[in-house]
Design a protein around this ligand. Structure first.
Ligand SMILES: Cc1ncc(COP(=O)(O)O)c(C=O)c1O
Length: 422
């Protein structure tokens, strides 16, 4: 079935007299008939529900739907996107291992690499989004390359064919944060050579800015060469030997949910599942609004540059056309007057919201230099495509004329404030 059909049908039961929509199993735990049955489930001899930290029918329905949308082998959902990224990385790396990541990653992912993983003996190199530079950074202890379908907020697009070939030759995994790929609607990295994708479901998947969630998915046929999966554990055999292509996902569920409690709540899973039903129609409008807004911003005297792959001048215009269904629903632009101009622009907005989220129904702006990337050193911010004048816009479902009117009056106010301060 096609994406739009799977988005509304997969994961629902079809039983006479029962609800058509998904039910919320709002429970922490599940009943057993006998001591023997409980023992079988707890010791993994029989599949069954034991406790909602590990498994719950509502979160499972979401996992089944996401697996279909991304055309994956399997899925584990988590409490946040940040938890999903961490889980994917530690499922493939142990102390002494190394990660190559691209500099245009979301600031929170760069934070994990800088502030968390080194404490557990996992190091990383951060390089530009380029196959040759990635290849050069790979060491004998490198286990994976981490990049994003569309850099946040740089808007750069990876050359999936070239980078996945580099990973394949090196025998390491390609992990892609596909949050901007909208759960497979704009892009399906698992069909472009990625081994694992992660998501912040908080964004376009849920789509209304009302809930947090994350997901980790693995490619069909993915057998990792990482020691965590390929070497024997306490049982005497490896996860790969026991589970084949389901090893990565099953171990992710075990360490992430069972052992570390990164679990998504059933009520959140229900809300995200509902959001998935409209992801395709939302993205069509949001992406078309973003392209219209980018074209209009380019003509405004208060704007010094516009960064959106719909523009023919964009560095990755051709890669975007090759790999994405539409150009993304996010753009960045530079306001005349640097940070002061950006500040005047943001405080003059009347309709558009000033908040750090993506994929909401409402258009939102943020100043990455002082917020999402505020903790990075200046060189790191610039490498991530962030400058003092940068405004990131996550474009919503409004009428694009109303957006232009609001942006126009706020840009005029920013220009006026620059004249006053001269
Ligand atoms: C690309 C990307 N990945 C991951 C995350 C983290 O997601 P969450 O906020 O759900 O933890 C974000 C959050 O902004 C993001 O933009």
């Amino acid at each position: 079935m096609e994406f739009d059909t799977n988005a509304v049908h997969v994961g629902l039961s079809r039983v006479e007299g029962q609800g058509v929509g998904l039910a919320i199993q709002q429970t922490a735990t599940f009943e057993f008939d006998s001591l023997e049955n409980a023992a079988d489930v707890f010791q993994g001899r029989v599949e069954g529900l034991q406790y909602s930290r590990v498994q719950n029918p509502t979160t499972e329905a979401l996992e089944v739907r996401l697996t279909a949308l991304e055309n994956a082998a399997g899925c584990v959902v988590t409490a946040t996107g940040q938890a999903a990224t961490l889980l994917a990385l530690i499922n493939l790396c142990k102390a002494g291992d190394h990660i190559v990541a691209t500099s245009s990653l979301f600031g929170g992912s760069l934070g994990l690499l800088r502030n968390v993983l080194p404490n557990f003996g996992i190091t990383s190199s951060v390089v530009p989004n380029d196959a040759t530079q990635i290849q050069t950074a790979i060491q004998t202890n490198t286990r994976l390359v981490l990049l994003e379908t569309i850099g946040n907020p740089a808007g750069d697009i990876p050359d999936f064919a070239a980078i996945s070939a580099v990973c394949k030759t090196a025998g390491i995994a390609l992990v892609v944060d596909n949050t901007w790929g909208a759960v497979g609607y704009l892009c399906r990295p698992l069909e472009l050579g990625a081994d694992v994708v992660v998501h912040s479901l908080t964004k376009w998947a849920a789509g209304h800015g009302s809930v947090l969630g994350g997901a980790v998915l693995a490619r069909k046929g993915f057998i990792s060469s990482s020691a965590t999966l390929s070497e024997p554990d306490a049982s005497g055999t490896s996860w790969n030997a026991r589970l084949g292509e389901m090893a990565f996902i099953t171990r992710a569920r075990f360490i992430g949910l069972h052992q570390m409690g990164m679990t998504l709540a059933p009520a959140s899973a229900w809300q995200i599942n509902l959001g998935l039903e409209t992801v395709a129609v939302r993205l069509q409008k949001e992406c078309s609004n973003a392209a219209d807004l980018a074209a209009w911003l380019e003509t405004h005297p208060g704007v010094v540059w516009v960064n959106h792959s719909s523009r023919a001048s964009h560095e990755h215009h051709d890669l975007a056309k090759k790999y994405l269904r539409h150009h993304p629903a996010v753009l960045t632009f530079g306001v005349k007057g640097g940070q002061a101009g950006a500040s005047a622009f943001i405080s003059s907005l009347r309709l558009v919201r000033h908040a750090a989220n993506l994929g909401d129904t409402r258009t939102m702006v943020v100043h990455p230099w002082t917020t999402t990337h505020g903790r990075l050193p200046e060189a790191g911010k610039r490498a991530a495509g962030v400058a003092p004048e940068t405004i990131r816009v996550s474009v919503g479902l409004e009428d694009v004329q109303d957006l232009q009117t609001d942006f126009g009056q706020a840009l005029e106010a920013a220009l006026q404030s620059a004249l006053v301060s001269q």
